[in-house]
Design a protein around this ligand. Structure first.
Ligand SMILES: Cc1ncc(COP(=O)(O)O)c(C=O)c1O
Length: 413
């Protein structure tokens, strides 16, 4: 029997971390109100609560318009279509993200072009973006990943020089601010998800933000089967839309969740800052670097970079098992490089425009993203955000558990 919990010793932490999702009487009252009103659905679109939430969330992130949508994937798909992306257009996406960022592009028979990430922030590397642009490139989707905001200054400059539409994927960054401005309102369009694990959630849901009236009108029409409101929607022509409306139940829950977001963001930021200080002292576990231009960070996942050499060669997977055994929820199997994911089951016959660029399928040999590969297969360790909603001593438990593993690593070798 060793000292480490995984070898039979006592574990560092016995208490659970805060649960997720969280709710109180505000959600219960809001749900009851919708239930009793009989006005449950997404029609007339946008419906009362959906309008209220759209306006509030847009103002919260500094945008003029907020269009609620069924989920974050639909938000990206609608944003791309509203921006005029068509079959065969190329859209640059980071290789290290949830598959949905690239799937939304594929659904339009446009072509996702994967680029590598910055080793310190795990967000899109602007140099890689610049190098990937061809005369077919029409848009870029920077993802504000986990606990980092992409370099919107450089991405914005490159996009402007090359005439690209910028669609921010903010599924991880509700409340985040870059040099004082809310994410999702820096590019042309911003897309958020409210799926269950997100920092505000209605189980499923999403929103598109923009400050350009015509883009907002196009998004709204696309979400609502292509309806066009005479006298209101001023864009030319008609578009084939979807039913991507959200229900009043979802919007009501989101209004209640938004009331809590400022406080929760502050607590997560304080705890994460403290945790980063503690991890820096240990060696071999480096948190992602906070860009000084981020004025407020949402922490969807807390990510640190594990260096097995500092743990006498202990593989990351075994380190994660040992940390979990100490009572610290964590995982290494977060995101794969999208082009290697079994969920990215792209058939060139179904999406023929990809064939023109890539042949029959995306092959890892055809895409080179070494930083993404390192993050996915060797380096990244991920903690869920509710762990950051507790107290400083919870952060101490995390750091102490890692120190314990490092001190007793011989038990695992
Ligand atoms: C980076 C990113 N983009 C897009 C999405 C898609 O959101 P949804 O699951 O609501 O469709 C997610 C969801 O997890 C995500 O993490």
């Amino acid at each position: 029997m060793g000292r480490l919990a995984i070898t039979g010793g006592d574990c560092v932490r016995k208490k659970p971390f805060p649960p997720w999702p969280q709710f109180d009487n505000r959600e219960l009252d809001a749900l009851e109100q919708v239930l009793r009103s009989g006005n449950w659905g997404g029609q007339p679109f946008p419906n009362t609560k959906a309008i209220e939430f759209g306006e509030r969330f847009a103002a919260f992130q500094d945008a003029r318009f907020g269009i609620c949508v069924a989920n974050g994937t639909a938000a990206l798909e609608v944003a791309l279509r509203a921006a005029g992306i068509e079959a065969g257009d190329e859209v640059v996406v980071p290789a290290y993200t949830w598959v949905a960022t690239a799937l939304a592009v594929v659904y339009l028979n446009a072509v996702p072009v994967f680029v590598d990430i910055d080793p310190d922030t795990y967000c899109m590397d602007p140099d890689a973006l610049a190098a990937a642009i061809t005369d077919r490139t029409k848009a870029v989707i920077p993802v504000h990943l986990a606990m980092s905001i992409a370099d919107m200054d450089r991405i914005g400059q490159i996009a402007e020089q090359r005439g690209l539409t910028v669609i921010e994927d903010c599924a991880h960054m509700h409340g985040g601010r870059w040099r004082g401005t809310g994410v999702g309102s820096i590019g042309d369009l911003g897309c958020f998800s409210f799926q269950s694990t997100k920092v505000i959630t209605s189980g499923e849901g999403g929103i598109i933000l923009t400050s350009q009236a015509e883009l907002a009108q196009r998004c709204q029409s696309l979400v609502n089967i292509g309806h066009k409101e005479p006298g209101y929607d001023s864009f030319d022509g008609r578009m084939l839309g979807w039913n991507y409306r959200i229900t009043e139940f979802q919007a009501a829950i989101l209004l209640a969740q938004l009331d809590r977001l400022d406080d929760q963001t502050r607590i997560r930021e304080e705890n994460a800052t403290y945790l980063s200080q503690r991890l820096e002292e240990i060696g071999g576990v480096r948190p992602l670097v906070r860009d000084p231009r981020t004025t407020r960070l949402a922490y969807y996942r807390y990510l640190f970079r594990y260096d097995s050499e500092e743990f006498k060669g202990l593989p990351r997977e075994r380190f994660v098992e040992a940390l979990e055994a100490e009572g610290i929820p964590c995982w290494w199997s977060w995101y794969l490089p999208v082009y290697r994911s079994p969920l990215f089951a792209l058939k060139a016959s179904e999406y023929p425009e990809t064939r023109r660029r890539y042949g029959e399928k995306y092959t890892p040999e055809g895409v080179s993203c070494p930083v993404t590969e390192r993050a996915a297969y060797r380096e990244a360790v991920c903690l869920p955000h509710p762990m950051l909603l507790g107290e400083k001593r919870d952060m101490d438990d995390i750091a102490d558990a890692i120190i314990k593993i490092k001190t007793n690593v011989d038990e695992l070798l």
